[in-house]
Structures are given as structure tokens and as C-alpha cells.
Design a protein around this ligand. Structure first.
Ligand SMILES: [Zn+2]
Length: 85
């Protein structure tokens, strides 16, 4: 496991970071202006991290605007409910 002085979770590629970002947005309920919204290449470790600053990641923005993120979230909430029974 690669460690970074930022103590953030390390993703070797931008794609993996974006997947993790989208996954996080599906599985957690963030406040309107909270939680990670973008990924960036770290100057310290050369890998990618999630960040709550800056502009919204394009992939994430596309999933939000076409409603796919909301559908995924709802599907996930149903799964959670089923698991609790
Ligand atoms: Zn880093």
C-alpha cells in the first residue's frame, strides 16, 4: 500500500479515484456541499486522491445530471433495507 504525506487514501490511477469518488457518492449521504467532489493528482506521491475542493469531476457531474447517480443511490438504499430484514 502506497502511503502519502497527505494521509489521504491513495489511488494509482485517475480512473480508480473516479470510481471511488462515484462509489462514495452512492453509498454515503453527504450534505449538499459536503463530501468529495473531485479527484486530483498529488504532487507529493504522484498518485490520485479525492478532494472536496475545486470543480466537480466531469464523470460525477454527468451521472448527477442524467439522474443515474440518484437511481444508483435509491437502488442501493433498497438493498440496505432488504439486508436489514
Ligand atoms: Zn499524495
Amino acid at each position: 500500500m502506497i502511503k502519502c504525506s497527505s494521509h489521504k487514501k491513495v489511488y494509482p490511477t485517475q480512473e480508480m479515484a473516479e470510481d471511488a469518488l462515484i462509489d462514495a457518492r452512492i453509498h454515503f449521504d453527504y450534505a449538499a456541499h459536503g463530501g468529495p467532489i473531485a479527484v486530483y493528482k498529488c504532487e507529493d506521491c504522484g498518485n490520485y486522491h479525492l478532494t472536496s475542493k475545486g470543480t466537480v469531476n466531469q464523470k460525477l457531474a454527468a451521472l448527477i445530471s442524467n439522474g443515474q447517480l440518484k437511481r444508483q443511490k435509491e437502488a442501493n438504499q433498497w438493498l440496505d433495507k432488504l439486508k436489514k430484514k
